[in-house]
Design a protein around this ligand. Structure first.
Ligand SMILES: Nc1ncnc2c1ncn2[C@@H]1O[C@H](COP(=O)(O)OP(=O)(O)O)[C@@H](O)[C@H]1O
Ligand SMILES: [Mg+2]
Length: 330
């Protein structure tokens, strides 16, 4: 089994050995991405992954590592967003004792640690421009010196990077070096957000249900058809991570044998209603879908009192009953 160490230093994680990576998807676009990443890994070419938070960038970087010929080497992750800018250069390239105030001993950098393996530059858009030019040079030459040292260190590794933004804008603004961009993104891929691959939601729900019932030795909950429908139409702004966390909460708080009803889902799932109209449009909601969500919400608020609900909605009781039947809101 793989060992994970995350305590090496801030923003750095090391994975040695091969940890199985399970990508759950039936989405054609995702499947294409996975194919391309496998292919890229086989040649050890630089891969750049773009995607919103929670779409699976870390997972994909490990997937790349596991499908590469350097899979028995280390997988070293550097989170460029969480390391203070003035420390990142020594974090990447290491330093000799006395290289700067506070450098009490020699320390090898992440480049050396990733030798014969994979270096994963997470949130690479956060890298300070001064460090970018050095990084670009090192990627080209595969050699460098530790800070304060003059020994030339040669490495043989492959690089994956990830970004939440489209870097074009940063390049135009002079905040990201174009030469570095081209070195890092020999093969660029984009992970689509969950809201544009809703077909994956039921698969992921099932996957995490199974995983967490096993992990916590809990019975498997059942969702009502309506509750599942709501989960499938919710736009999941936090993507797979949000869904994963939600499923863990469900398993922990689940009452044995009881079906989970739509009314019991946390309010924010319906908060499609609290979201801006822009979000409705972005998520391609039809008027009927919005009507259904709103009627359900109102019925819930008035605790099922149809006369009150009809009043709030400005329709008569008979129309409400019809709509309630049509939308299966019993
Ligand atoms: N397609 C998927 N199948 C199974 N688990 C996934 C999938 N995509 C993401 N995950 C899980 O969701 C969580 C968030 O993914 P992560 O790779 O950390 O996203 P990102 O780095 O883009 O923020 C992780 O626990 C990851 O294992
Ligand atoms: Mg990540």
């Amino acid at each position: 089994m793989a060992q994970n160490q995350t305590d090496l230093s801030r923003g750095t994680a090391v994975m040695t050995g091969i940890e199985p990576v399970k990508f759950i998807t039936e989405n054609p676009e995702m499947i294409q991405v996975l194919k391309l990443v496998k292919q890229t890994a086989r040649y050890g070419s630089s891969l750049m992954i773009r995607g919103e938070s929670g779409t699976g960038k870390d997972l994909l970087a490990k997937f790349y590592h596991n499908h590469s010929s350097r899979r028995s080497g280390s997988f070293i992750q550097v989170d460029c967003a969480s390391i203070p800018p003035d420390l990142i250069e020594s974090e990447l390239f290491g330093h000799e004792k006395g290289a700067f105030t506070g450098a009490y001993s020699q320390r090898i950098g992440r480049f050396e640690a990733a030798n014969s393996g994979t270096l994963f530059l997470d949130h690479v858009e956060e890298l300070p421009v001064q460090v970018q030019s050095k990084l670009s040079r090192v990627l080209q030459e595969n050699r460098f010196e530790r800070l304060g040292g003059n020994e030339i260190i040669t490495v043989d590794l492959q690089v994956v990077s990830s970004t939440r933004n489209n870097l074009d804008f940063l390049i135009r603004e002079g905040l990201f070096r174009e030469d570095l961009y081209f070195r890092l993104s020999v093969v660029p891929v984009a992970l689509p957000p969950l809201r544009v691959r809703k077909g994956d939601i039921p698969l992921l729900v099932k996957h995490f249900l199974e995983a967490f019932t096993r992990k916590h030795s809990r019975p498997a909950p059942r969702f009502s058809v309506q509750a599942l429908e709501i989960l499938c139409s919710y736009p999941w702004p936090g993507n797979v991570r949000e869904l994963e966390n939600f499923m863990e909460r469900v398993i922990i708080s689940y009452q044995d044998g009881k079906e989970i009803l739509s009314e019991e889902l946390p309010l924010h799932f319906d908060n499609v209603t609290e979201m801006s109209l822009d979000a409705f449009a972005d998520n391609h909601l039809t008027l009927q879908e919005i009507e259904k969500i709103y009627i359900r919400r109102v019925l819930y608020k008035v605790k099922g009192n149809k006369t009150k609900a009809a009043q709030i909605l400005g329709i008569n009781r008979k129309t409400l009953l019809e709509k309630r039947r049509r939308y299966d809101l019993n």
